[in-house]
Design a protein around this ligand. Structure first.
Ligand SMILES: [Zn+2]
Length: 292
């Protein structure tokens, strides 16, 4: 656990998947990225599917950021991405506080790619039937411009969105759609930062902290291996924008002692940034995975 402002923060691994290593590193040659990433026989690398869980015990505010790929997969689909799902990961974080999934007040969806938004819902009964909310009492925060993109994606990113993840919330008053380029936050201690390189209007929560704020970076920087500005995924719609967004983030990181939290790092849920050398790196790994 780490603290940021009023929140006690945990990183829960809700599952794992495997994605093509070449796609994960764009124009970076394998001889470079294979120094840190192991591939399977299909050239896929292992990715953690992380939710950040932020709890304000005083106010009973429980914020879950991203939800992993969830459970709505048939065997053939799951095999394509080697998807596994651990339905107990978030409940195990909540239990010591006497909290359950029903007590989650806010779900922040950085973006609605299936490996971030799939865990918002589950099958209500049988496979391919209606879905139900995994966090039934939570407000689900998303940016309106991202949501409308997800409903009408381009041919290039269509495969990343599954309508079965979105339909229920689209018709629900549990979905809160933020608008504009500087949306205000009504969640105490959290501000919004937007990112557009990976997908339009990614919604990144910034936890205020006088000594060391914390930013959940979403797929702007999926793992610590992606810290170098040019190590951009081939999945990104606007790779040069991702590159600029990372540089802008790093330029202010030292003066505010910035920590960042990752959605897909295998070993750590977060880290303190070191931007002093030639190569941006994690000076201190935080929220280690059990056994990492
Ligand atoms: Zn993504």
């Amino acid at each position: 656990m780490i603290r940021a402002g009023r929140y006690e923060i945990h990183s829960a691994i809700t599952g794992w998947d495997r994605l093509d290593g070449g796609a994960m590193f764009g124009v970076v040659p394998k001889v470079l990225w294979q120094k840190t990433e192991d591939t399977d026989d299909d050239n896929r690398i292992l990715m953690a599917l992380r939710s950040l869980v932020a709890i304000d015990p005083e106010e009973k505010r429980v914020v879950v950021i991203d939800t992993g790929a969830g459970s709505k997969w048939d065997d053939q689909e799951a095999a394509r991405f080697a998807i596994t799902y651990d339905s107990g990961a978030i409940p195990r974080v909540l239990a010591p506080y006497g909290l359950t999934m029903e007590d989650v007040t806010d779900v922040i969806i950085t973006h609605t790619h299936f490996d971030h938004a799939g865990g918002m819902t589950d099958w209500a009964g049988k496979q391919d039937g209606p879905t139900s909310l995994v966090f039934p009492n939570a407000s689900h925060w998303v940016h309106e411009s991202h949501w409308s993109h997800a409903l009408r994606p381009t041919d290039r990113d269509r495969a990343s969105f599954l309508m079965r993840d979105l339909e229920l919330l689209n018709d629900s008053d549990r979905l809160v759609r933020l608008t504009g380029d500087e949306p205000e936050s009504t969640i105490p201690g959290i501000r919004w930062r937007l990112s557009h390189g990976h997908t339009p209007y990614q919604l990144l929560p910034w936890f205020e902290d006088d000594d060391s704020p914390l930013l959940f970076v979403g797929d702007m920087i999926p793992t610590s291996t992606h810290l170098p500005p040019a190590w951009v995924m081939a999945y990104d719609l606007y790779p040069l924008k991702t590159l600029d967004e990372r540089k802008a983030l790093y330029s202010s990181a030292a003066s505010i002692n910035l920590r960042i939290a990752f959605p897909h790092d295998r070993f750590h849920g977060a880290g303190r940034l070191d931007v002093s050398g030639k190569r941006v790196q994690i000076a201190e790994g935080l929220l280690p995975s059990p056994g990492a």
